[in-house]
Design a protein around this ligand. Sequence first.
Ligand code: GLN
Length: 246
Amino acid sequence: MQNTPLKLRIAHLYPDLLNIYGDFGNVLTLQKRAQWRDIEVEVVKITAGSVINSDDFDLFFAGGGQDNQQIIAANELIKNGAELLKAAHNNKPMLAICGAYQLFGKYYLTAERHKLKGISILDVHTLAGKNRFIGNVTAIADFLPVRTIVGFENHSGLTYLGETAKPLFKIKVGKGNNGLDKTEGARYRNVFGTYLHGPILPKNPHFCDYLLQLALNTKYKCKIPLLPLDDSVEYYAHEARICAKY
Ligand code: GLN
């Protein structure tokens, strides 16, 4: 460990527009799991009209939102799109949930036929479907030490992966991106888009720590070990949510 305290700055993108189904809990989880390891954390809320300098941040988070809020958020994201793309190319971790996931893609065509341009970090596009996908999800993450991921989905958008997109998880129970191809979410470098609320990170501490580790690796340009925590309560919640059918 270094002598100077480790510090992470988290940008919480548009929490006033994109924060449904408790997605704010993801930011709290990132913050607490870092602080429990004596890593200082500053969370900065990025609100409409803010100009982002990506050099100021080590990790980016954006939550889900309804279509009406997404229209405003889409415009705001586009204004900072180049800066967010730069951060993605610099391997900074980003987690975008549901409505934000759709806006990190190429476009989202809403049920009212609004075509919301995305920031195209992820090679995906989304079309409003006729039905909502609502329910608990169990998925598999090949890149994590604990491979199960649990979450809750609630979306009518159907997301399709482009040629260069990699799925984030494989669906075991639930609908995922589009209900057809068993993919859930998408990944580009260290940018993660997923439909999973829950919120996802408290119930999947292995995914939270993966993001923290990426943020530290990228910032400090070396692998800083994350001290183990007592995750018995977190994994009790995780196990309880693994869908019985799986
Ligand atoms: N409005 C989007 C949809 O229904 C996203 C909803 C959400 O973020 N949960 O597909």
